[in-house]
Every structure is written in structure tokens, then in C-alpha cells.
Design a protein. Structure first.
Length: 29
């Protein structure tokens, strides 16, 4: 049984980073 918690955390962090980059891109643009 694999630990899905780490996968969920990794996906959540990646999602937050992508959102932050999009927001920064929109503000700088």
C-alpha cells in the first residue's frame, strides 16, 4: 500500500506554485 499523502501534498504544492506564477505573470504583464 503506497502512501498517497505525499502524492497529494506534492500535487497541492505544485498547484499552488503554478497559481502563484500565473498571478505574478498577470501582475507583471
Amino acid at each position: 500500500m503506497k502512501d498517497k499523502t505525499l502524492d497529494n501534498i506534492a500535487m497541492t504544492i505544485a498547484f499552488i506554485i503554478i497559481l502563484a506564477l500565473i498571478i505574478l505573470w498577470e501582475k507583471s504583464g
